[in-house]
Write a protein that binds this ligand. Structure first.
Ligand code: ZN
Ligand code: FE
Length: 239
C-alpha cells in the first residue's frame, strides 16, 4: 500500500491509499475534488471509495463530484449518515471494514464533532485521525465535551507506538509554538521543531507523525487527566 498526501484548500490534507498490486484506491477526506481528480488521472488509478472522518465541509467537500465522476462509494459513521454528503456505506464503532486488500478498524472518537471517527489500517499500522489528533495538537471541541475528547485521545494513545498518524491539517508548526510555550524543557520537542521547520522550508508535509513522537511532544497527549487537558484546550483556543 502506498499513501499519497494531497494538499487541499488552505491547509487541509486528503490522503489517497493505493493498492499497488491492482491500482484500486481510496481517498480519505477529500476537501475538494480537483486535486484528487488530477492525481487519479495522472496515475491512472481506479478510485473506489471515499472514507470520511467527519462531516465538516473541509473534509467532505469533494464527495459529490468525485462520486459523480468515478461512481465510487462514500463511507462514514452511522451516526452521521444525515450529514455526510452522498454516503453509501455506514460504519459503527469498532467495526472492521474490508474490501479486497483494504482492511481498517473504525473507532468512534467524539469531541471535535459528535460523529467523528478514525480509520486504523491495522495491518499497515496507519491511522487517519481527521481533526481529532493533529501533530502536536488536537481538534477544537465543537460538539463534544472535554471528557469525550480526552477519552478519544486516550483511545488513540493505546494503539501501538509505531502507528503512523495522518491527520486532517498542516497545523504542526503553529501547534509547536503552543507546546514549547508550556513545555520549555522538552528537548525531544525542541529537536522535533527543528525537523518540522526543515520540512516546511523544503515545502514538505510534516505528516506522518507517530504515536511515539506525539506521546513525547504533544502536550495534549501528555495531559494526565481531564482537568489539565481542559485547561490546555482553553489556553490553546486563546493562543
Ligand atoms: Zn473539522
Ligand atoms: Fe478540518
Amino acid at each position: 500500500m502506498k499513501i499519497e498526501i494531497i494538499k487541499c484548500l488552505q491547509d487541509n490534507y486528503a490522503y489517497i491509499i493505493i493498492d499497488e498490486t491492482n491500482g484500486l484506491s481510496i481517498v480519505i477526506d477529500p476537501s475538494e475534488s480537483k486535486p484528487i481528480i488530477d492525481y487519479v488521472e495522472k496515475n491512472k488509478l481506479n478510485l473506489k471509495f471515499i472514507l470520511n472522518t467527519h462531516h465538516h465541509f473541509d473534509h467532505v467537500g469533494g464527495n459529490k463530484e468525485l462520486k459523480k465522476k468515478y461512481n465510487l462509494q462514500v463511507i462514514g459513521f452511522e451516526g452521521d449518515k444525515n450529514r455526510i454528503p452522498e454516503i453509501d456505506i455506514t460504519l459503527i464503532d469498532k467495526e472492521i471494514w474490508r474490501n479486497k486488500n483494504f482492511e481498517a478498524k473504525i473507532y468512534h472518537i467524539p469531541g471535535h464533532t459528535s460523529g467523528h471517527i478514525c480509520y486504523h489500517f491495522f495491518k499497515q499500522n496507519i491511522l487517519f485521525t481527521g481533526d481529532t489528533l493533529f501533530s502536536l495538537g488536537c481538534g477544537r471541541i465543537f460538539e463534544g465535551t472535554y471528557k469525550e475528547m480526552f477519552s478519544s485521545l486516550q483511545l488513540i494513545k493505546s494503539l501501538p507506538l509505531d502507528t503512523k498518524i495522518y491527520c486532517g491539517h498542516e497545523y504542526t508548526l503553529k501547534n509547536s509554538d503552543f507546546c514549547i510555550n508550556y513545555d520549555k524543557e522538552n528537548s525531544t520537542l525542541k529537536d522535533k521543531i527543528k525537523l518540522i521547520k526543515n520540512k516546511l522550508d523544503n515545502n514538505l508535509p510534516t505528516i506522518p507523525t507517530t504515536i511515539k513522537e506525539e506521546l513525547e511532544c504533544n502536550i495534549f497527549l501528555r495531559a494526565k487527566d481531564v482537568k489539565s487537558f481542559s485547561k490546555l484546550r482553553d489556553l490553546k483556543d486563546k493562543f
